[in-house]
Design a protein around this ligand. Structure first.
Ligand code: B12
Ligand code: SF4
Ligand code: SF4
Length: 469
């Protein structure tokens, strides 16, 4: 069983184990932000991960209770105890850092917003000074205790063959991983409150930039796909924090060392992105990212409809292409087959809800459809945005000559909603084009040419619409 604090390191994607990235060369700023130059493989002292132990929590800490204006002070032993609470409650990794205004992150948000890279997303972009300063969450915030929960899935089963048109859900959305993470962090917050501190759980909202908190705790490194990868867990983790006014004792609970870059010269995620949304190392153009476009209001950009493929919610391509992620998956499968479930990310989650029946969903009424996609972020809870996505998935994946599929699309084509009608028109044209491509390929193959128009279409912009919208 792995000891806490020593999750195994993944092999560097290129065999490079100590690399100074563009980001890593950025030194400490005037606010004393940590340097990103430490390309250390050593697990930082404040991170605790690996095996999740169950059972009671030893009360070994001697945190001073808050009395009047006296702040709660956390020694190293108190932190260990709080980490233990988190692990017992289901966290795979937990770390701590001091709360501070993150000048660099604020600048990044403002810069990317000015460049329009946030598309029309609000989230952390809405108020960068607020989402980069934990004292806006808790008055007098001094510490962040950050937790990560793995959502690695080792069972990547193909869709049930009885589903005529299978729509794919990204792995993070197949179960309530955020809810489970929040519940685990809440146990840590309760333990802090029991010591007299204020403590609030934040995750995946506008409050703070979750990854920066985790990076500062030494939980992982920033990948070129912008995701945070934890040694031994990869990027299959969701992140959240407990913001508290309890202070770290600088002598016994030193600030951790961030994990150095492990990407090296690898660029697999950049190359794998179907829309070229990774526009610079660690920078995503949300206006091209399928994960955002599936959630955004309005029409789905025509130029990215073919690239959407069969995705109905979220996109995992820049993660499945990632060598450290693959290594983590392989290792987890090996552990499963050897019954050694005591170490590493061993949560064996079959993929419930990873594949959905697109035709069935499209036939549901508003209430039933929203019920089926329950936890997903859908702007204004507007079910037509889900239908919009389904129409594209069907256009890309349904058997092109299936009469019943066409008849459903024709109903939307002539329906009252202009957005859905336009997407249905596009879908019917796409089916026509796919039939044309198949015939073209067959003729090409028969005449000895190497034309493969179907393949080309998967990466090229869609053909011009020939049907009147
Ligand atoms: C907005 C948002 C999105 C947007 C934009 C994503 C983006 N990259 O900005 C959209 C909708 C596209 C999105 C998609 C996804 N998201 Co999202 N999203 C968020 C949210 C709400 C805010 C992120 C944010 O503030 N971005 C702003 C920029 C400034 O932050 P950043 O990208 O981290 O920027 C840092 C790096 O650029 C780095 N950096 C700076 N210089 C350099 C230089 C180099 C060389 C490098 C490598 C890095 C680097 O420093 C910056 C910060 O200081 C967070 C939750 C939260 N409250 O934080 C979840 C969050 C980031 N999302 C998450 C997830 C799971 C996803 C998806 C995987 C879901 C899916 N399967 O579809 C995809 C992944 C797409 C991708 N490649 O990013 C997780 C990520 C967990 C992880 N392991 O990193 C988060 C943290 C939610 C959570 N609490 O767990 N998301
Ligand atoms: S989530 Fe998909 S579209 Fe977005 S950056 Fe990753 S691979 Fe590209
Ligand atoms: S695929 Fe991307 S995130 Fe993964 S190691 Fe390579 S460059 Fe880093």
């Amino acid at each position: 069983m792995a000891q806490t604090g020593d999750p195994p390191e993944p092999a560097g994607p290129t065999g490079v184990t100590s690399v100074t990235s563009a980001k890593a060369t950025r030194g400490a700023d005037s606010r004393g932000e940590p340097k990103r130059s430490q390309a250390s493989h050593a697990t930082p002292p404040q991170v605790s991960g690996g095996a999740r132990r169950r059972g009671g929590v030893r009360r070994t800490g001697d945190a001073r209770r808050a009395s009047g204006s006296q702040p709660v002070v956390l020694d190293g032993s108190d932190l260990s105890e709080l980490f233990e609470v988190g692990r017992a409650a289901g966290l795979d990794l937990v770390g701590a850092t001091r709360a501070a205004a993150w000048g660099h992150t604020r600048t990044q948000l403002e810069r990317r917003r000015n460049l329009g890279l946030n598309a029309d997303m609000a989230f952390t972009y809405k108020n960068p000074p607020r989402s980069t300063d934990a004292t806006r969450v808790v008055k007098g915030a001094a510490t962040l205790i950050v937790g990560a929960r793995s959502y690695l899935q080792t069972d990547d089963a193909p869709p049930d063959p009885s589903i005529e048109v299978a729509a794919q859900v990204a792995r993070y959305a197949t179960a309530d991983h955020y809810g489970q993470l929040a519940a685990s962090l809440e146990r840590v917050a309760e333990a802090l409150r029991a010591r007299g501190a204020r403590a609030v759980v934040v995750l995946d909202r506008n409050d703070i930039v979750d990854r920066e908190a985790a990076w500062r705790c030494g939980i992982g490194w920033y990948g070129k796909n912008s995701l945070l990868l934890a040694p031994g867990f990869g990027s299959w983790i969701v992140l959240g924090s407990v913001v508290t006014n309890a202070r770290l004792n600088p002598d016994t609970a030193p600030v951790p060392t961030p994990v150095g870059d492990h990407c090296g010269t690898c660029r697999r995620c950049v190359d794998a992105c179907p829309t070229g949304a990774i526009v610079a190392d660690g920078v995503i153009d949300a206006g091209r990212c399928l994960s955002w476009l599936l959630q955004a209001r309005g029409g789905f950009p025509v130029e990215h409809r073919v690239a959407l493929g069969d995705r109905i919610y979220g996109c995992d391509d820049c993660q499945t292409a990632c060598p450290p992620n693959r290594a983590v998956e392989l290792r987890a499968r090996r552990l499963e087959s050897s019954d050694d479930v005591g170490s590493g990310p061993h949560r064996s989650i079959a993929s419930p809800g990873r594949w959905m029946d697109a035709m069935e969903l499209l036939n549901l009424d508003d209430e039933a459809l929203l019920d089926r996609v329950g936890r997903w972020y859908i702007a204004d809870r507007n079910p037509d945005l889900v239908r919009r996505n389904l129409l594209i998935v069907i256009a890309n994946s349904a058997p092109a000559d299936n009469a019943s599929v066409r008849s459903v699309l024709e109903q939307f084509d002539s329906g009252a909603d202009p957005m859905l009608s336009e997407h249905a028109t596009w879908a019917l044209n796409r089916l026509d084009d796919r039939i044309g491509s198949t015939i073209g390929s067959t003729i090409g193959a028969g005449s000895g040419t190497t034309t493969d128009q179907t393949t080309t279409m998967e990466s090229d912009p869609p053909p011009a619409t020939t049907r009147a919208p």
